[in-house]
Design a protein around this ligand. Structure first.
Ligand SMILES: Cc1ncc(COP(=O)(O)O)c(C=O)c1O
Length: 417
């Protein structure tokens, strides 16, 4: 969670004898880490373990990964693919990424010059921001936002500039943004917009019209689009994923970020990637090299196998998540939550006004300690905690029996609160 979103305190060198400077030196801490806390999402997983709660907080599947890709990983280790891969990614995986982007999005990608494989899309995002941002640059981010983007922009020296996504009035409606507010966020210091579609935490899938509007602003203000498309295959109700890089005029000004975690249920493998034009890729590769050297070599080989699974795999993936969504939402509704029905990704944002708690954090604490279900407080997705004080998020990337158990426990909620 972000503590204070002003640009980093750019303390002038002349201030080095001030009491503040001495205090900072004494604690051996950089100023930049003062501006955000540890991840609330990951903290909720620790709370779930502590209280033996059903973990619907963090977005990791509790069911097995596909057997084919586990075999491919085992085989790669047995074949002694156990040393550093090429820094920017094993050739087999880069080729597979390029093939996939062509077949799914119609985007031609040169695997030699335009792909950087990283330790998860998490590293791809921070490497990209470090590669493109200077102090004083601004990065536009829709909020509620995936928790990492705030700290990522602060760590890269940029100032996040938030634009609100507003919840739908009806259960089946979609989150929307105000065109004027978005336009106002773009100005001469804007370096990039970070976009996540399908979106965590709202489940929004940006439409072609919305993406074209963002595209037009990017072109007008000469801004880069950094698009996190990690949930691209998890779509419901006939919605379509549109890749920003596929829109006219965006190929050269988009960094597409993706990874294995969500599509192949292997969040612990830490394999992701950034796809961008050669010049931007060169900069991302430099940062990536000195941050991590490379992603796990045998798991990259397994990644190449995963990206070669037949189209049916993706159809099944989305359908299984639809079933889980339609399993959890009625249980939440019956327990007293107002649910915002997701069109993509595997989270449900909910409104908790009916429970009368002081705020989302008090509610989440009650839920994990007394009911035995972990969720994520809504405030961790907003710049100002008050904006998320009436919301919590649930993840449904869980076995049916896990969701059953959560439903059983949630049914006690009305009686205890
Ligand atoms: C939008 C979004 N991006 C990135 C990540 C992290 O992805 P990875 O495991 O590839 O680092 C998550 C995980 O929850 C996410 O929701």
């Amino acid at each position: 969670m972000i503590r204070d979103c002003a640009t980093l305190p750019l303390m002038s060198r002349a201030d080095t004898h001030s009491p503040t400077f001495t205090a900072h030196r004494k604690h051996f801490l950089s100023d930049r880490v003062e501006h955000f806390t540890e991840s609330v999402i990951r903290e909720m997983t620790r709370q779930a373990m502590l209280h033996n709660a059903v973990n619907l907080a963090q977005g990791f599947p509790d069911f097995p990964a596909p057997p084919e890709i586990k075999q491919a990983a085992q085989q790669a280790i047995a074949q002694d693919i156990n040393q550093y891969a090429i820094t920017w990614g094993a050739k087999s995986l880069r080729n597979a990424i390029s093939r996939q982007m062509k077949s799914w999005q119609g985007i031609e990608v040169d695997p030699e010059k335009e792909v950087t494989v990283c330790c998860g899309s998490t590293e791809a995002m921070i490497s990209t921001l470090l590669a493109v941002c200077n102090p004083g640059d601004e990065v536009v981010i829709f909020e509620p936002f995936y928790e990492n983007y705030g700290p990522d922009s602060i760590l890269s020296g940029a100032k996040p500039r938030f634009v609100k996504l507003r919840p739908p009035k009806e259960e089946n409606g979609t989150w929307t943004f105000d065109e004027k507010e978005l336009r106002q966020a773009f100005e001469k210091h804007t370096k990039a917009i970070v976009l996540n579609t399908p979106n965590n935490p709202t489940g929004k899938v940006f439409t072609r019209e919305e993406l074209e509007l963002i595209r037009d602003l990017c072109v007008e203000f000469d801004v880069l689009a950094i698009t996190d498309e990690i949930y691209e295959h998890i779509l419901y109700d006939g919605t379509e994923h549109i890749a920003m890089a596929a829109l006219d005029g965006m190929r050269e000004r988009t960094v597409t970020i993706n990874g294995m975690s969500k599509t192949y249920s292997v969040t612990g493998w830490r394999v992701g990637w950034a796809v961008a034009a050669e010049k931007i890729t060169n900069a991302i590769r430099k940062v990536h090299d000195f941050l991590t050297v490379g992603a796990p070599a045998p798991l990259q080989e397994a990644g190449a196998a995963a990206l070669s699974l037949p189209a049916q795999y993706y159809v099944q993936l989305a359908e299984r998540y639809r079933v889980r969504r339609d399993h959890l939402i009625p249980a939440l509704t019956a327990a007293g939550f107002r649910c915002f029905r997701p069109q993509g990704a595997y989270y449900v944002m909910t409104d908790i006004s009916a429970f009368g708690f002081e705020d989302d954090v008090a509610f989440a604490r009650h839920l994990v300690e007394k009911i035995g279900v972990a969720c994520v407080p809504g405030s961790s997705f907003y710049r100002h905690p008050r904006d998320g004080a009436k919301q919590v998020r649930f993840a449904f990337c869980k076995k049916p029996e896990t969701l059953d158990e959560a439903a059983r426990r949630l049914a006690k909620l009305r009686l205890t609160s």
